[in-house]
Design a protein around this ligand. Sequence first.
Ligand code: TRP
Length: 461
Amino acid sequence: MEAQRESWGSKTGFILAAAGSAIGLGNIWKFPYIAGENGGASFVIVYLICIAVIGFPVLIAEILIGRSTQRNPVGAFFKLSGSKFWAGVGGMGIVGGFLILSFYAIIAGWSIGYIVEAIDGNFFNFVEETASAQHFLNLVGNVYWILGYFIFFMMLTTVIVFAGVKKGIERGSKIMMPILFFLLIILMIRGITLNGAEKGLEFLWNPDWSKINANTILIALGHAFFTLSLGMGAMLTYGSYMSKKDNIISSAFQIVFLDTIIALIAGIAIFTAVFATGLNPQAGPGLIFHTLPSVFIKMPGGYFFSILFFILLTLAALTSSISLLEVVVSYFVDERKWKRHHAAIVLAFFITLLGVPSALSYNVLSDFTIAGKNFFDLVDFIASNILLPLGGLLISVFVAWKWGFKKVLPNLREGAENLFEKYPWVISFWKIFLKYFSPILIFLVFLNSIGILDKIIELFF
Ligand code: TRP
């Protein structure tokens, strides 16, 4: 007899865990800087549209595949299609989890390292932005610093996944998510009450449409995927622990809502502070680690708020990293019959090993490049720009075209009978978006990511 499969304790537990997966470095580290680089408000509007018309429908599709099959990504696709090809699409997700976690945990490690810097009051030694940027480079240039915090963060992730779905992931999310909301709201209030905060708010609310072009739309769409943890079966796996009594559509809506609101609040907290201290909003990936430390030291209570900020960032990263490890673990537990404890430790170990060259690409391996990219950027590129969009594309095609709405809709209806009766148009929209919009738009993102789109456009126009 098969062992009883794990499940969530409650619908709220699932929503918090899934929102925890979605809310991560993507919201607090990445979203503010790409919004800053791409025109502020106008980018935010494009991003919101992408979330609504592509992110939300694909999220429903992923959760549905998981809940209908109660399997990991490989098992789920195989169960529904009986085909090796589609099982391979699930396999791409497992590989994606492996790759993404190997570099995600490195950045999360920086965040832990920065909690320590903040507590030490070290930011006060670097008044100029250039000095704090240099300090960052010195830290990541130190092999022991970068590997130490990376390994430590991987251990935290492992402990939670080791403890299981209900006792580890759900309980961890139920503790960490409220703390995260609370800290972020304090930071937002601090930001808004700074002298000169209006300029930051203006930047977020006043659109600059001249900055919007095909490329920014694709960046927004790509980010909509990343921030909702779509395209590699993370939401599928979390959905597989969900009860058939729960409403997938309303759950997905709440996840999207939480993820979006957190990204916006993070944007407000960061840009009010950056503008009030007269620093550059377009610092790119360095915004958090280069610019923010010099923002904190210039504002009242900065010592305290800098500590809170990096605790917040670490918690957000942790509730995401556990979802990445869980995808890989669920495959080995379901399909290879490994014990969860064994799987969590062994797989985390191999993911850490894979992360070592990425960590070293900030120091000893910095000259080592493949196709013009260092190891870290290469892994990031393969995962975020190839595997995720391709996965998202295939997931929409699978649900809309292969599995087929005739079989899909009765499954989706379970737990959502009310919604089906009262708002049938929601379902109609979902079908249209998933069948036509998502595949086409994601395909464009994909071509753009691998750098083919420019050439095609040149060819025709
Ligand atoms: N969504 C997370 C963030 O915004 C990152 C993440 C977690 C993720 N799991 C994922 C991204 C799966 C893509 C796929 O930081």
